[in-house]
Design a protein around this ligand. Structure first.
Ligand code: B1M
Length: 209
């Protein structure tokens, strides 16, 4: 099948069709990572460009996002490779002021696939919430996602809050999201920046082993 069909249905917000096509692609033996990248993410990128150019607006983006999540949920068990398994607890969230959760959900999916226990704090998460959860649940990693240039600075506040709470030595802080870079990660004193969900999971495993 042509994975562009998934991309087109996703752009049109046709969640049910996306689900059917993703299942069809899986049944045809197309690798989950390829379906994700060339079908779902490719469609989301087109929507992103159109959003930027004011060709589509929030409601259209929301239905596309819903279609993306529906398709991704079918891929979840397949993306969870049988490879290296790790143990440890991680808390993840999108930082305060930011409601984007598609990338965060993908990272969560990949972390779970590697055997890590993930506490999902959702979106709009305050630095204190990340830190309190890490303390109460004995997390080894705090994962922060941000999609807005106006919210990525909150990640620096998470690092500071972890220092103030005295847990910085034993908790790794991982950051990611479209505007985040390696240089920004170093600047705020976080432990690791990764550009995508699969790499994030690999790094998390290395921190937990
Ligand atoms: Co928003 N939005 N949005 N949006 N939105 C962007 C991010 C934007 C780039 C669009 C644009 O202008 N081109 C722009 C940000 C500009 C900027 O800051 N420089 C933007 C804007 C401006 C806004 C609003 C302010 C718009 C408005 O209201 N005027 C508003 C803000 C709301 C808020 O958060 N307070 C807003 C709202 C929304 C919707 C609600 C409509 C919707 C979100 C729905 C949802 O998430 N449930 C939405 C969407 C969908 C987007 C775009 C189109 C797509 C984002 C996405 O899901 N990408 C986006 C444009 C774009 O990115 N092209 C855009 C797919 C996703 C898989 O990628 O999240 O990058 P991403 O995750 C990647 C990696 O970054 C990485 O892994 C994933 C891939 O493997 N990753 C990590 C992510 N987190 C990680 C953490 C890690 C490691 C890796 O370690 C911990």
């Amino acid at each position: 099948m042509n994975l562009q069909d998934i991309s087109i249905k996703l752009q049109a917000g046709k969640a049910k069709d996306v689900k059917i096509l993703v299942q069809q692609a899986i049944d045809e033996g197309i690798p989950a990572q390829t379906i994700l990248e060339e079908g779902l993410l490719s469609g989301m990128n087109v929507i992103g460009e159109k959003f930027k150019n004011n060709e589509v607006f929030v409601p259209e983006v929301l239905v596309a996002a819903r279609a993306m999540n529906m398709g991704a949920s079918l891929l979840k068990p397949l993306l969870a490779e049988a490879g290296v398994k790790a143990s440890g607890k991680v808390c993840i969230g999108t930082v305060k002021g930011d409601l984007h959760d598609i990338g965060k959900n993908l990272v969560k999916m990949m972390l779970e696939g590697k055997g890590l226990e993930v506490i999902d704090l959702g979106t709009d998460v305050a630095p204190e919430t990340f830190v309190r959860t890490a303390q109460e649940e004995d997390c080894r990693i705090i994962c922060c996602s941000a999609l807005l240039t106006t919210t990525m600075g909150v990640m620096g506040d998470v690092v500071k809050a972890a220092e103030s709470a005295g847990i910085r030595e034993r908790v790794k802080i991982m950051v990611g999201g479209a505007p985040v870079t390696d240089a920004f990660c170093s600047q705020i004193g976080a432990d690791a920046y990764t550009p995508d969900a699969a790499t994030a999971a690999d790094v998390a495993v290395s921190f937990c082993s």
